[in-house]
Design a protein around this ligand. Structure first.
Ligand SMILES: [Zn+2]
Length: 67
């Protein structure tokens, strides 16, 4: 129903339900929004999320986007 481009790789991903349920049932949802302590947020597909380190920083996301 709705979709957004991934902020890193620009792949169009579909958005399912709320963020709370994504990790337990991520089928049908292609990505999620990461929010950082500095107030920035990025919508990323799961491929990009999996490429991030366990505790990603905005710089890690920026590095993905530049690849
Ligand atoms: Zn991506």
């Amino acid at each position: 129903m709705s979709g957004d481009p991934c902020d890193a790789c620009e792949t169009e991903v579909s958005i399912g339900g709320g963020i709370a349920g994504i990790w337990s049932s991520n089928r049908g949802t292609g990505g999620m929004t990461l929010e950082f302590d500095d107030g920035s947020d990025f919508f990323l597909c799961f491929d990009c999320i999996e490429a991030l380190p366990e505790e990603p920083s905005p710089a890690d996301v920026a590095a993905l986007a530049e690849d």
